[in-house]
Design a protein. Structure first.
Length: 236
């Protein structure tokens, strides 16, 4: 069962920042997850929310800002004063940082309906870095997943189930040729795991931060967990 660093090592450093990704690599994470939005001038920016309230106490939405405006927003001191000065990175900076041996899980927060052309930009960036084999793109926006599949038959897709029924999710995953069903820790039941595995899909579960949840999910046979503490697999 692989432990995927959720928003980087976000238990140790402010989420979705270069500090969090560097710390994940220091902790020898084999996979890193992050979230992507798009600015007004079509830059792919790594952030969880579509505004800056969470990290910068700034109500402005990313889609209304140019990259040079986003780059000025400080997003580290809310976590700890040691991280004052941290900024949100562009997706390309993360690809430049993370070595080819580490898998990347890129969550697309919204598709073209919110961010025009974002699917194409994400695929083009992955291909530019020769990273198709080690990158999984996931989303709750299943139309965006369809768009990604139409753009490249080789892009790896993760299906975030959200409120979709398991039956519908598994059917859509077959049509998409997705590889993983991504569930919350509450949704990860023996029935769901077995149904996905019976159809050849992996099961990845978020967000798992305790040894008890880790061990329960390992017994269910899940393939990976998203964790704020990449060293969780060492806590025995």
């Amino acid at each position: 069962m692989i432990v995927i660093a959720h928003r980087g090592a976000s238990g140790h450093a402010p989420e979705n920042t270069m500090a969090a990704f560097v710390r994940a690599l220091e902790l020898r994470a084999r996979a890193i997850e992050l979230d992507v939005h798009q600015t007004l001038d079509r830059e792919l920016v790594v952030a969880h929310d579509d505004d800056l309230r969470r990290c910068g106490r700034d109500p402005r939405r990313l889609k209304t800002l140019h990259w040079d405006e986003v780059a000025k927003v400080e997003v580290g001191s809310w976590f700890d004063k040691r991280f004052a000065g941290e900024r949100l990175p562009r997706l390309e900076e993360v690809f430049d940082l993370v070595p080819p041996s580490v898998e990347l899980h890129v969550e697309l927060k919204h598709g073209t309906r919110v961010y025009p052309g974002i699917e194409r930009r994400v695929v083009d960036l992955i291909c530019k870095h020769g990273a198709l084999p080690r990158t999984v793109v996931s989303s709750f926006d299943h139309e965006a997943l369809c768009s990604l599949r139409s753009l490249d038959e080789n892009v790896r897709l993760g299906y975030l189930i959200g409120l979709t029924t398991l039956k519908t999710a598994l059917s859509e995953m077959k049509d998409l040729a997705a590889e993983s069903l991504n569930l919350s820790v509450r949704q990860a039941t023996a029935r769901a795991v077995k149904a996905a595995h019976d159809l050849g899909f992996k099961v990845l579960v978020y967000t798992v931060n305790t040894p008890a949840d880790r061990d329960r999910l390992a017994k269910l046979g899940v393939d990976g967990i998203f964790c704020n503490y990449p060293e969780l697999d060492l806590w025995r």
